[in-house]
Design a protein around this ligand. Structure first.
Ligand SMILES: Cc1cc2nc3c(=O)[nH]c(=O)nc-3n(C[C@H](O)[C@H](O)[C@H](O)COP(=O)(O)O)c2cc1C
Length: 311
């Protein structure tokens, strides 16, 4: 009879000083609400972390409907940062998060550099907030958002403003809608980011030929889902080769195989977005799938797979 043995699997990863995740699978901003929407359907406490909906200083209504449509191999969204605002988040959401095992990271967006700094200062020391993801990559707002993420100087300015206003771990979320994403990554690393996450959605649109009108109320939106995975993967590969800080890979991850590709390209952790909208169980299935792969390959620590394809 062949000898069957199991090894101890360690999925723990470190994103920043003081931010340790039980596993590398994170729910991406905008696809997991404020963490509690799934209720008992999904055991979300098992996730590595949850990144909440993009939050601004004041509440926002977002863009006109329709805001989410399906396209080939993905979706286009133009939600436009509809959110409850940072004060309602601090009073209404963070106290609940403080009771959770899963760390919650707050995704922030601002119209000005000053607003980013103010939000970071406001979130500093709030129980239940484990980190900040700085969204300088939203393609769906007129002011702010992506405008800061397409230029290394302004990306660094926003990062410095946030870094100088909080002791929380700072992850800067990068835009793929740029010529050289590595230059932006290097700039935010120099400005004090603890980690970078990439990619946010890719600018796109669709037209209803019968109505002869754009399908999204906002005309353009951001493309996400399997359609963007090869682009995201190549950007993660590029950035991981240029920065020393942890890289969080995101874009079209639908299963454990996809997550492994990002990790082997150099990602420390991954964010799962659109897949949650298809099946909210996906992120947990990915955690199981990582474990199964490691067991089959005799790999004890997930960190051993990081950058494996680069060697
Ligand atoms: C409906 C929707 C809303 C999103 N909202 C945000 C947001 O508020 N802040 C942000 O940084 N990214 C937001 N994103 C981008 C995702 O977090 C992620 O970066 C992107 O969708 C690519 O990953 P995916 O292909 O796994 O979805 C949103 C994406 C979707 C689909």
């Amino acid at each position: 009879m062949p000898l069957v043995y199991t090894i101890v699997i360690i999925l723990k990863v470190q994103i920043a000083p003081g931010l340790h995740l039980a596993n590398p699978v994170i729910a991406a901003s905008g696809t997991w609400g404020y963490g509690d929407e799934t209720g008992d359907i999904v055991d979300f406490q098992k996730l590595g972390a949850i990144i909440c909906k993009g939050t601004t200083l004041k509440p926002r209504d977002g863009n006109p409907q329709p805001r989410i449509i399906e396209v080939t191999a993905g979706i286009l969204n133009s939600v436009g940062l509809e959110n409850i605002g940072v004060e309602a988040l601090i009073s209404g959401k963070a106290p609940e998060w403080a009771k959770w095992r899963v760390p919650v990271i707050v995704n922030i967006a601002g119209d000005t550099v000053d607003e980013y700094g103010k939000m970071a200062a406001r979130l500093d020391g709030v129980a239940g907030v484990s980190g900040i993801e700085v969204n300088i990559s939203c393609p769906n707002v007129r002011k702010g958002g992506m405008q800061f993420g397409t230029d290394p100087v302004s990306a660094a300015e926003v990062t410095s403003a946030v870094r100088g206003s909080t002791s929380l771990p700072v992850i800067v979320k990068l835009s793929p809608n740029v010529t050289d994403i590595a230059a932006i990554a290097v700039a935010v690393e120099s400005a004090g980011a603890d980690a970078v996450s990439l990619i946010n959605t890719i600018s796109g649109m669709a037209i209803d030929v019968n109505r002869r009108k754009p399908r999204l109320g906002n005309i353009t939106g951001g493309l996400s889902g399997p359609a963007i995975k090869p682009i995201a993967l190549s950007m993660v590969w590029k950035v991981a080769g240029c920065v020393g800080i942890p890289v969080i890979g995101c874009g079209g991850i639908m299963n454990a195989q996809d997550a492994l590709e990002f990790i082997m390209a150099g990602a420390t952790a991954v964010e799962v977005g659109t897949a949650n909208l298809v099946n909210p169980q996906t992120a947990l299935d990915i955690i199981d799938g990582l474990q199964q792969f490691m067991q089959a390959e005799g790999i004890g620590k997930i960190t051993e797979l990081r950058g494996a394809a680069r060697l």
